[in-house]
Design a protein around this ligand. Structure first.
Ligand SMILES: Cc1cc2nc3c(=O)[nH]c(=O)nc-3n(C[C@H](O)[C@H](O)[C@H](O)COP(=O)(O)OP(=O)(O)OC[C@H]3O[C@@H](n4cnc5c(N)ncnc54)[C@H](O)[C@@H]3O)c2cc1C
Length: 647
């Protein structure tokens, strides 16, 4: 027991088979119960989210014969945030014959995650990766091809092979169009009921099982209750708790947080990925940051001037006065070190006073050598749309002058705790894609999120959810059942409360302030003192929110302020839990860098003897307001924890 949390019983993943890692997935598929095709049409599954994870899951479950109800808050399923993914998707195809294999992808991912992910899950991810590419090619996803017609590959951080499949800088868009077409086909066949512009605001639990959701029609404001035999959350990540991030503005934690409040454990919330190559913030007016894909580090060289506060233009700084610091410090991986390492290195050189651009918060990403070596046309073919995006936003032409980049919040490795079957601690509630915590440990390698989302949706969930659904169909529900009435009342009360405060501060002003606190104290570097302070600040801000927020308009109409207010209210609670999680983990690992735990040369220092576990948090229901920590021990039989070195 501490001032901020209570320690509970350990937790275990009882769905994961043991024995040889290579056959675990095969054995789990065989041991899982099946549902015969005639019975599948009697079972309904709700899928919240239509990004790569939810879109692929809904399409595949419907194809298998289940009745699916799909929800998203955008006006079309194909506007899910996955569409923004740029750089690529990993798969252990070894098309380049450069020594890749399922085992190497497994090894790289466990190591890249700083030994804080489960070996069973990661091995399965690597195995399934090869099927994803075949599936997407069969759907017509236009992956880049080499001159001879074979699929092309490039490299991403933390690996020494080329295993990343891509479609220029629009890989997410092309993959999502594939999943969306599969989904549309099932919508057309009547197997999927699609509900766009509907936001899930509560989970319905009956007899201990997830049985439905409460949703708000975002156009009319109507609140309805929806029932199913199982619920799948594919609601994405929560990076927007920082206000400024590379995520789409709508990304939020509400679906997961509502489930957490009803009993689903939330795992490793403090593991945030800060991406090294984003366009730096240009002022306080900004509400969004823009990613420049990691793929650019295949050909772009990162540097800063050797001297401090050098205000010369990049072109005027001679070669011998430049510090290609990633190539210097990490010669074997160079510019392609993993994101956590590259981000911290950028912060360090800026802290030394060698950053470039306004405020010294930037480093160069320079393509001059690549253009000399490959020619402008070849560079344009690979990265043209990214260069254009950069030029439109900054006014600088990256063909002529280096890009200026700085780290920004990008992805959240934490999420709802799930077992090997992707089932949360609430029976019947499954969680896929970025919304779960499962495969990336403390740091996600580039091009692995799309892989995980599609692995979960196309291949894993459709093979594990049967095991649960085999006990269904479950008793039908009515709007008058007590748990349904209660869930609906919770939503209505919250909306009324938000509308009735009628204070004097906008929702955005609270969100922005929360973001500042999170970035300052729970961002790239965290300390005991800073995190303790942040918890106090967030608690005060939360109190102020519930007395001073102004939400104009009504509930029974299109009301974007109301939507945002609900999301920010949940972010305030999540932010506090993230700081508590970061405070309790007195080690540095992956994206979580504790200043008190570093090697003499400033690298992250893990403490495997104390912290080799998943931190799964139970919502604080007791009066003391303290969440309960349940630890899931991590075993490493194959990839033994070692000091992660990319030197
Ligand atoms: C700019 C950018 C570039 C990236 N590039 C890459 C890359 O090249 N390679 C890679 O591997 N990864 C990349 N990533 C990460 C990757 O894009 C995401 O992790 C992944 O797309 C998440 O997919 P998802 O299906 O889990 O969630 P999302 O695509 O975020 O979808 C979430 C869905 O849930 C719905 N939803 C959420 N809450 C609710 C609610 N309460 N009610 C109803 N619906 C709800 C939304 O409407 C949406 O349909 C990138 C991320 C960013 C920000």
């Amino acid at each position: 027991m501490t001032d901020f949390w209570t320690e509970g019983d350990p937790i275990a993943d009882t769905a994961a088979p043991d024995g040889p890692v290579e056959t675990r997935w095969e054995r789990r598929k065989f041991s899982a119960k099946l549902v015969n095709p005639a019975n599948r049409r009697k079972l309904t599954v709700i899928v919240v989210g239509t990004g790569l994870a939810g879109g692929s899951a809904a399409a595949t479950l419907a194809e298998a014969g289940y009745r699916v109800k799909s929800y998203c808050y955008q006006d079309s399923p194909r506007r899910a945030h996955s569409i923004a993914a740029q750089g690529g998707i990993n798969a252990a195809k070894n098309y380049r014959n450069d020594g890749d294999s399922v085992y190497r992808l497994f090894y790289d991912t466990v190591k890249g995650g700083d030994f804080r992910a489960r070996e069973s899950n990661v091995y399965r991810l690597a195995q399934v990766s090869v099927n994803i590419i075949d599936q997407c090619v069969a759907q017509g996803v236009p992956f880049a091809r080499e001159y001879g017609g074979l699929l092309d590959n490039r490299s991403f951080g933390g690996t020494q092979v080329s295993r990343t499949f891509y479609a220029r800088g629009q890989t997410g868009q092309q993959l999502l169009l594939g999943a969306y077409q599969a989904l549309e086909r099932q919508i057309g066949l009547g197997n999927v009921e699609m509900n766009s512009r509907h936001e899930m605001l509560e989970l319905i639990i009956v007899d201990g099982k997830a049985r439905g959701i409460v949703v708000r029609d975002m156009v009319t404001g109507e609140i309805t209750t929806e029932y199913a035999d199982a619920v799948v959350l594919a609601s994405g990540g929560y990076g927007n708790v920082f206000f400024l991030s590379t995520n789409a503005k709508g990304c939020n934690v509400t679906a997961s947080w509502r489930a957490h409040r009803k009993g689903a454990l939330f795992a490793n919330p403090c593991y945030t990925q800060i991406h090294p190559t984003c366009i730096p913030e240009s002022g306080s007016h900004q509400s969004k940051l823009t990613l420049m894909s990691e793929s650019l580090r295949n050909d772009g060289r990162v540097w800063v001037p050797k001297g401090q506060r050098d205000t010369r233009k990049a072109a005027d700084i001679p070669e011998d006065e430049r510090d290609y610091y990633l190539e210097r410090i990490y010669p074997s991986f160079g510019n392609l070190v993993p994101r956590d390492i590259a981000s911290r290195a950028a912060k360090n050189v800026c802290d030394e006073g060698r950053g470039v651009g306004p405020g010294g918060l930037g480093v160069y990403l320079d393509f001059a050598d690549a253009i000399k070596r490959l020619g402008r046309k070849a560079v344009e073919a690979k990265y043209g749309n990214l260069f254009e995006m950069y030029q439109r936003i900054t006014g600088d032409d990256p063909y002529e002058t280096p890009m200026r980049i700085y780290p920004a919040v990008h992805y959240t490795m934490g999420g709802l705790w799930v077992d090997y079957d992707l089932q949360s601690t609430i029976p019947g509630l499954f969680v896929v894609g970025e919304a779960n915590f499962s495969d990336h440990g403390a740091n996600r390698l580039g091009a692995s999120a799309l892989m995980q989302g599609l692995a979960d949706g196309y291949f894993v969930l459709p093979n594990t959810i049967n095991n649960y659904l085999a006990a269904g169909p479950f008793p039908s529900l009515s709007d008058n059942d007590a748990p349904v009435v209660e869930a609906r009342r919770q939503v209505e009360d919250r909306i009324s409360k938000l509308l009735s405060i009628d204070g004097d501060r906008t929702v955005d002003s609270f969100h922005r302030e929360l973001g500042h606190i999170m970035w300052e104290y729970c961002g790239m570097e965290r300390t005991e003192e800073g995190l303790t302070k942040a918890i106090g600040l967030i608690r005060a801000l939360k109190e102020e929110f519930w007395t001073r927020v102004k939400v104009p308009g009504k509930g029974e109409e299109l009301n974007q302020n109301l939507e945002k207010a609900g999301r920010v209210a949940d972010f305030l609670e999540l932010g506090e839990l993230m700081c508590i999680d970061a405070l309790h983990r007195r080690e540095s690992c992956g994206g979580h860098f504790r200043a008190e735990s570093q090697t003499p040369d400033g690298e992250a220092l893990r403490h495997d003897d104390e912290f080799s576990y998943v931190a799964a948090w139970e919502y604080a229901t007791a009066e003391d307001g303290k969440p309960t920590l349940h630890k899931e021990a991590l075993d490493f039989e194959y990839v033994h924890p070692s000091t992660r070195s990319y030197k």
